[in-house]
Design a protein around this ligand. Structure first.
Ligand code: HEM
Ligand code: HEM
Length: 471
């Protein structure tokens, strides 16, 4: 396997470059629209905790809007954003053009069709049941599956045509992420598991594999390309990257049962899930060390590079969020935190602090290279600081509040006391959420400048070259 990002552009014409840039831009713009929509809904939900009767009309009830927020951040924002990045990384790191531009557009149409149809269905009250992150009616889930298959085919075709000898590490993560998710999506849709305890087990399997075998490998694939690219140096250890890849595959699929500790699922299955949750420290710490060591000695450069700052926050979000997940998986901790707002804090530390920051870092690092347009310095700084401070407030408030909530339940205090105790923390979450949402508006403006609008003054995302690597 090759150890560095050594794309050769000889096999790629200017026309191929333009077509790839158009695909990457379209995926990014589309994902950004979903981010704006889904987090506007998230913000409304956050304020409903303080004012439950606010906009309580049938179509604006919490029960309808919550799955719209979660599914659209997952399948509209993060999925489409990551697939756009995966296409760019696959083509560039393989030194070739995209296998099929047409398939990329078809995939984008299918992803959007699924998200639009899913949103309308949920809004009208057609919900597949309390199956978290797969509430869309099953025919719509099949459209999403079709989008995944098209994407997988296109990525494999691209990597198969590479002009480099080896398959660059990023592509192991992204291609396999798509293939694993096809398997997960099929298992989660097959009708004969969807009743009784089997359904519970499959729900655990689906929920954590959606985050661990879809968003995680795609985001890690972006790190392995973008960090060396920005720093113009090779990754610290290619072998460690391969090791983290295989251990991620080995440990992740078996930990979903930790969502259902103390449930009627067999005790041994729950214990297995806890053991594998602990084992996950191996790929998480190994992978994080690899990214941080790649940045060693260059931390001062971060002050000149917002793309690198976004990625640095994402690496820390991955490290802290996943380690927190391991701690959360112990029975003694679940006794306090299960079903509390602490878990919502964990979801946002990981899906926001890790995945969303990774998508932003990837876009700021790579989209200007594709379109030759930059965001403005002020715009990118505003986006970074508002998103960082907002999410910090969000996660800290829910972590403290969720712990108090859990202790109230554990001590069998009246339920209403836990609601009263949480009230100030929900207000803080709303304040953090507002900052996060405002940062998304600035991000949309930055995307406009990197695609169709007038270029800004942020300059090249690539820092001065040091030793080795990166074409
Ligand atoms: C070593 C890695 C990780 C472990 C061991 C872990 C563990 C856990 C545990 C124990 C829960 C709480 C279950 C409950 O109380 O109901 C949870 C929830 C969750 N985790 Fe993680 N986590 C890890 C990494 C991640 C990552 C990287 C992401 C996102 C990319 C993520 C996203 C989520 C989400 C969205 C939930 C909420 C699920 C729900 O709706 O109940 N986790 N995790
Ligand atoms: C302005 C930014 C955001 C706000 C204000 C916000 C707000 C919310 C609220 C109020 C909930 C419901 C919590 C509950 O039921 O107790 C929620 C759930 C959730 N949100 Fe967000 N959100 C934001 C951004 C995001 C993003 C960008 C993602 C993913 C990329 C995301 C993923 C989730 C997930 C996975 C859950 C379910 C949590 C769980 O069950 O543990 N959110 N969000």
């Amino acid at each position: 396997m090759q150890a560095t990002v050594t794309a050769q552009h000889s096999a790629v014409s200017a026309e191929d470059d333009r077509a790839l840039a158009a695909v990457f831009s379209a995926y990014t713009v589309s994902a950004t629209c979903w981010l704006l929509f889904a987090t506007a809904v998230g913000l409304l939900l956050a304020f409903k905790f303080g004012a439950p009767d606010f906009w309580a009309a049938k179509y604006l009830t919490f029960g309808r809007l919550r799955p719209i927020h979660t599914n659209d951040t997952f399948y509209g924002w993060a999925s489409i954003g990551l697939v756009g990045l995966a296409y760019y990384v696959a083509a560039r790191s393989s030194g070739t053009k995209l296998y099929s531009i047409k398939l990329a557009w078809i995939g984008l149409a299918l992803f959007n069709l699924a998200a639009v149809a899913g949103t309308i269905a949920l809004e009208l009250g057609y919900n597949w049941g309390d199956l978290e992150y797969r509430e869309w009616p099953w025919p719509i889930r099949l459209v999403f599956l079709a989008a995944l298959l098209v994407t997988g085919w296109n990525l494999i075709g691209t990597v198969a045509r590479r002009t480099t000898e080896d398959i660059y590490l990023s592509n192991w993560y992204t291609v396999c992420g798509v293939l694993w998710t096809c398997v997960i999506a099929i298992v989660a849709t097959l009708p004969w598991y969807q009743h009784g305890l089997g359904q519970v087990a499959i729900s655990g399997f689906y929920m954590h594999n959606a985050v661990g075998m879809w968003f995680t490998p795609l985001a890690l694939g972006v790190f392995y390309y973008a960090i060396p690219k920005i720093l113009s140096r090779p990754i610290y250890s290619y072998a460690l990257g391969v090791f983290a890849f295989w251990t991620n595959l080995l440990f992740y699929p078996l930990l979903g049962g930790h969502h259902f500790l103390f449930s009627p699922l067999p005790w041994w299955l729950q214990t297995t899930a806890i053991v594998f949750s602990v084992a996950m420290l191996v790929p998480v710490w190994g992978g994080s060390a690899n990214y941080l060591l790649t940045m060693r000695g260059r931390y001062r450069d971060m002050t000149h590079s917002y793309p690198l700052m976004f990625i640095f926050v994402a690496v820390i979000g991955y490290l802290f969020g996943s380690t927190q997940g391991t701690v959360e998986a112990f029975r003694s901790m679940q006794a306090i935190w299960h079903l509390t707002n602490f878990t919502v804090g964990h979801s946002h530390l990981t899906m926001y602090g890790f995945v969303t920051f990774a998508v932003w870092g990837g876009i700021y690092a790579l989209l200007p290279l594709a379109t030759h347009k930059s965001p403005g310095r002020l715009g990118i700084a505003l986006h970074f600081w508002m998103a960082l401070v907002g999410s910090f407030i969000y996660v800290i408030a829910l972590s403290i509040g969720g712990t108090i909530q859990g202790l109230d339940w554990l001590h069998q205090r009246p339920f209403i006391q836990s609601v009263t105790d949480m009230a100030p923390y929900w207000v803080w979450r709303g304040a953090g959420g507002l900052l996060m949402f405002l940062s998304h508006i600035v991000f949309a403006w930055n995307v406009w400048r990197m695609t169709s609008g007038q270029t800004g003054n942020a300059g090249s995302p690539i820092l001065a070259r040091t030793e080795g690597a990166a074409a």
